[in-house]
Design a protein. Sequence first.
Length: 327
Amino acid sequence: MIKGLMITPPVIGRISIGKVVEKNGKRLPEKDDEFTITTQVQQRGQWVLHPLDEALRQSQAPVQVCSSIKEGSEPSDVQSETSTNTAPGRQGKRSLKDKISVTDTTTAAPSTARRKLRSIPVRVLFNDPNLNLRADYCMFDRSTARPLCVGNGESCKRVTDKGLEELACPGPDACRFGMVNCKPYGRLNVSIGDSDELGSFVFRTTGFNSIRTLAARLQYFAAVSGGHLACMPLELKLRGKSTTQSHRSAIYYADLIVRSGLSLNAAIAQAQEHTAQRQAAGFDQTALDAAARQGFASGSFEDTPDEAGAIVEEFYPISTEESTSET
């Protein structure tokens, strides 16, 4: 195996809370209020949607009782007055607008309004919480998209004129080297569906809210499940909050909860049952965690230059005010 190459979980797609758009000739990140699941392929500067994105939106669509009734609609006052003032057996004269608005319930096509994707059923790959979510302080070279310095608040690996050195890491607020270019940067790997149990979708974020919440949830679920974290039926959920830093406007971050429709006790029971089934089939979760831990330890930086190009564009723009810190 190539020395110095970090072996990371195989990625088959991306999960984001935002996108990069072109404004005044510049490509800038734009925040969003929903998840988007994409492939790893770009067309015309935008990530191509993964088939799971539309499938999950359709699964969240409400059941339609009548295709001619729109969600949230109310009876109009004009129609109510017409029905009460018209003699029985007679219909009031309808305007052309009223005639056009009436649809045939037997042939009308169902509504195709795009639903907001704000929750995704997921599982994590490993029982060790720190293998599923890796978070560091990172600084990238914007011109080459190569990582320059990666630290954890105590020590860091930094590229210098002497090569790669291990130095003390005071954190971005007190580091003269990083200044405003160093940010917390987290990566969460989750699996969606059962088509590829060892493949994962990666959610990247530079937001404290997402990193802190996801780290806490993973630690808690690992504890209460008795170490069966990889078999817990979970759900990646979008939450919103307002802070003084956001000028009281809503910001969105990712949370991890027990899958909808399940209590915590039921989720733990399912995790134990799933673990027993895997063990009966010969699945060795302990060996998988050990292999992942060894792969992460075999290299210096997790993100390769070809991946970091898109990361720098989305999370480390020139104008820090435009950063989609919770994507």
